[in-house]
Structures are given as C-alpha cells and as structure tokens.
Design a protein around this ligand. Sequence first.
Ligand code: GLC
Length: 567
Amino acid sequence: MNKETEKRDWWKESVAYQIYPKSFCDGDGDGIGDICGIISKLDYLANLGVDVIWISPMYPSPGYDNGYDISDYESIDPCYGSMEEFETLLKEAHARGLKVVIDLVVNHSSDKHPWFLNALEGRHAARREYYIWKDAAPDGGSPNNWGALFGGSAWTWDEKSGQYYLNLYSPRQPDLNWENPSLRREVYEMMRRWLDRGVDGFRMDVISLIAKGNDFSDGPVGKSGYHDPRARIAANPQVHVYLKEMQREVLGGKNIMTVGEASATTLENAVLFSNEDGSELNMVFQFEHMDLDGGETFKWNDRTIPVAALKAVMTKWQTGLFGRGWNALFWDNHDQPRMLSRLGDEGDLREASAKMLATCLLMLQGTPFIFQGDELGMTNMRFTDLAQLRDSESRNAYERYTGDGTFTSEQMLHYISLKSRDTARIPMQWSGEPGAGFTRGTPWMDIHPNHVYINAEEQEHRADSVLSFYKELIKIRHRHSTAVYGRYEPYELENEDVFAYFRVGEEETLFVCCNFAATAVTFPVPERLQSKGTRHLLGNVEGSAYLEEGRLAAYEAVVISTDAKRP
Ligand code: GLC
C-alpha cells in the first residue's frame, strides 16, 4: 500500500494566506484597507514564506455583507483602488513568486446588480430567470418556512411582479438560478476574463449551495422560527454537474488553484468536489469543526469546542479524504472568531498557545490557509457597544435575541465578542502606534487596544515570536514532503488534552504532539520514537521534557522527525 498520496501538485505543497482587504493595510489614509496597502505588504508576505494569497472580494458592492454582495463582477470597488492597481498587484505578487486567488461569489449577487435590477422589471424581463422566483403560498405567505442565514425568511416579496425571490443569506443577496444556462454562460465568461487578466485561481463562496434542487417543501423549524435548508440543498447532486461543466468551460488545463467553500457538506460530497481525478475543484473548506460549539441559538452562546470532538472531526476529514480528495485547512477566517481566543490563551500563554495551534494545523494534511493576523497571535476583539459592530449578521442577531427576550443586551454582546464574525475582521496590527500601522486616518472598525504589544513590527526581528515560529513551520512544510503527502494517523485519539498524530511518509515519519491544556500534562511517548534517527524538528518550549520524560508543558507543541518505518 502506498504511504503517501501519489499525485503531486503545487497547490498541495503551498501555504495560503487570506487577506481581508478592508482590514489589511490602508495605503491612502481613508481608514479602509486598499490595493496599494496590499502591495506595500507583499514583501512581508514573501518573507513569511507563503505561496498563495487569497483576497476576499474587492468588487463594487453596496457593502451590506462587506463585499460578499457584489453589484459588478468585473470591476474593482473604488474604495480599494482601480483595475490598473489590481493589475499592478498581480504583477508585483508574481514577481515575488506569490500567486493570487480571488473570491468568486456566484451563489448570489447583490440586489443592486444590474441582473437583479432587470429581473425586478417584471415576470418577462430578460434576466428574470437568473434568480429564483416563486408564487405565494395559498394563504399569501412565503412559499415555504426556510430561513435566511442572516435572519428572517429566505423569501422576499416583490410587490411589482407579485412573486417571492429566494435569498438564503439576506434579502440584499438574492440567490442566482444556476438552472439557467445563460446565467451559467455569463458566469463562465466572467471567470475566463479574470483568468486572462492573470489571477491564479478562485475561492468559491458557498459553492456547495448553488444547485437548489426541486424540493422546496417545509422542513423542521429551529429556535430561529425557520427551517435551515442548507444541508438539504448541499446534498443535491446537481452541483457536481455544474462544477464539471465549469471545469470543462473554464478551469480545465489551467495551472490554477480552486478552493470551494463547502458549507453544510458531507465527507462524501467533499470527495466529489475535490476528487483526485481533477474533475471539479482542487480542495474544499468544510466547517464541521467550526460548528462544534454551536447550539439551539446557533453560534450565540458561550460554549467552547471540546478538544476530543475537534480531534474526532479532524481525524474523520484527514482519513476520509486521504488519497481521494484534498483538505483546505483553517482555524479561522473572516467568518470565524480567532481559534486562539476559542481554544488558546489570550493572557500570559498567548504566544505559546498561538504557536501550538499553528503547529497542529500546519502539520495536518491539506493546504493550510493562514488568516491575516494569525501569524502574530492576534486575538478576538471585545465589543462593549453595538455601535462598534459592522457585520449585519451580528447586528441582526442582536436585534432578534434581545428583541424577544432570549438574551439580555450584556449577554448578547458577550456572545458577539466570543463568536461573531466582527471579532476577527478588525484591522491588522502592523505596529504599536495609534492606527496600528494599518491607517493614518480613522479606521473603519475599532483597532484592538492590544496592538500596542501584539504587532508585526515587534515580532519581525524577535527570534521567539509567533511570526518567526510561523516562518519555521512553513519551511518544514516546504522541506518535508511528508508534511504535505504523508498519511495521517492519530495517536491516543481518546486523550482529551493532547492532539497527537503521525504523518507517515516514504522516507520519514513525522510526529506532531500538541497540548491543548493550559497546564502541564503527561503524555506517552510512542515507541516509534525510540529509533536512532529521531530528531526534534520544532517546538514552542525551550528544553522540552517530552522525549525524555513524557511531559508536555501548557500548550506545548513538538514536531519530531523519525526514520522509523511503520510497523
Ligand atoms: C460566505 C462568506 C461570507 C458571506 C457568505 C454570503 O460564507 O465567506 O462572508 O457572508 O458567504 O456571501
């Protein structure tokens, strides 16, 4: 049996970095990150050692969902700069060996997109069928009991034409109708033009939900008062037909990287999306590990992720996709709170826990995505006032749950500080100065007060900083093919504090051991590490007592290499 997956690809060997452009770097002083800001940080990214940057949307947008409501797929929003600047960004990134992946948001458009404005003209409008319209239920209400992710019904009434349109996210984001061949053709043409411009691939927003299927029946209702239809939509096999068509029409034969955001998907579907035969996408983001602390009121609670459950889920995806598909690895992104704040320590052990989490993620199989600021050990923002929030999701949730008395205002702000998308969307902390080196103007979102001590400038030349540690981890991925291709094998899976695993390669086996506990623990040293060829590759504790004494310090992480072959 082969110990490594056979097919080698550059995008498997890459480390990606996600830029949330609004909060990355403001070049012109208007308080909003922009393209010239990104260009000014390309050397920083090249130095970090990443290979690919994924930039969240910079298209013209009314901004209801911070750019994920697009009103023009083929231009740059003036708040970020111009198309010329974007082309310069591509050129400058490529000159440094960095590839640039852009966001493709075609599950829905903005309600201000010309296609939707046309569709609103009436039932016979040319672009009417680019969206999903249904008649009212016999009682005049919405066609079914589906809810929108950002609150309220998934159906919005259009008075003029007397029909409802579907919006799985918000009424400002009407869902596109992928059954319509002209819509698909327009999307493919648009994608081709971006590739011609030189982009190196796409991160495809909620691609798992584009094919809605024919089942528009009611479903079980949750605490929100609505049915969440995402799992049933994601189960519709038609999505694979569309992606295969997209592969034929646009992606095939190009040296690009594609990563699908596969919300609500199953492992079996992910195998199809990221199939080794290359018929659909390269890899997918799955979210099972992100939802482990959810509950009746969705993510709005103070629960944490149980480490044992996290290990079980990661193991399921590591083993389930091995040799069949490919994982995209992440702890956080612009939709998630920082993993450091969820499972690490924001206090004295912040750096140790940031390094431990990075080790655990970057040594798994899959292409790792670092979210801006992870490499500094940035933490969640704490919100004390509704006025600090920018995201409609948290604002709507606040209204809903304080409005009906489910939570008090204090409770809700507490949950928002723990779980909201705004927690990690705050400006990047480049320096300890006012404005955090992010802007010389007034930032669009509050800057975290801890930027005075958590910032890139302070960490860049400090050998034991989180930033320096990330650089070492990335080097390990680049130098050890086992870190990319080796087979994942969990070790002591039942242990509730330590997440440990082997990566078994042809010539080398890596052992990765991460203590998620805030205290020292004892943990058995595997026999395989008794081999003479065993060496300590990286760790976050000087003078680690693990190999000799089987003891791990609080949040300790070690990466050990051995030439021992699998028994
Ligand atoms: C994706 C994006 C998220 C956005 C949603 C709707 O999940 O990552 O930010 O709100 O899609 O476009």
